[in-house]
Design a protein around this ligand. Sequence first.
Ligand SMILES: [Zn+2]
Length: 286
Amino acid sequence: MKRTSTARIVPLLTLLAAALALPAAPVAAASGDPPEWTQPRAPLHLLGPITYVGSRGLGAYLIRTSAGAILVDATMDENVPAIERNIRSLGLKLNDVKLILVSHAHFDHVGGLERMRRDTGARVLAGRGDVAALRTGTPPGETSYGVRRFAPVARVTGVADGERVTLGDVSLRAVTTAGHTPGCTSWVMRVTDRGRPREVVFAGSMTVAGNRLVNNRRYATIVRDYRATFARMERLRADVVLPMHPEAADVFGRARSGTLVAPRLLGDMARAARVDFERTLREETR
Ligand SMILES: [Zn+2]
């Protein structure tokens, strides 16, 4: 009986919160999530104006400009206090963050976005294909792990493929790398590192990660989009790859050993992701 009444009350509260335009209560970390996702770590300067400010397992990058700072991803709600501490420890105030760029609308990358947006007053920019998901707090597409909702983002601006975003002396280009989500976006910027121009790619996720590839009713073009993204990532110039799961490019190890510049890495990652994707697709089709 108790379970039944709780089950009835929770959706009612959710509806009430939505009706009052209150942010939904943060979803507690599921026990199956990797613990490093919510383990804080100290900021780590990478190159040029870019500093890692995320947790051990979820990427958040701060870019300083002549007119304030840009944050790439806010990660999960639980991580917001630690990311804000990291930003402050670099001598910045939270309202120095003027823009937040989004990689894609999955709970592990945007669960803390609305809180970060309110705390900083920053403008949020995301790939157009993910804007509806961000506004409703409901991830796009169907997955094998069900629906992991996140706090809806009250204000978000959609960015088209190829569009440029500029703050002060820093400019980034949005490159749509859909499949993982319809609006999954990689952000590309030019950095001068020890006198040499380097193309830095904040790489959107390319993994299948539980996405339904066959008969995905909420994302019909998912297979075509993934394949277009692999082809695109294989061609994209990337001297430095900064992914939203740092271990995917061993960001900390490379920073330590001075090997962040790795022009073949993104192509290798895309080819490996393509192999995994095609194998998963065959298994789902069987
Ligand atoms: Zn994801």
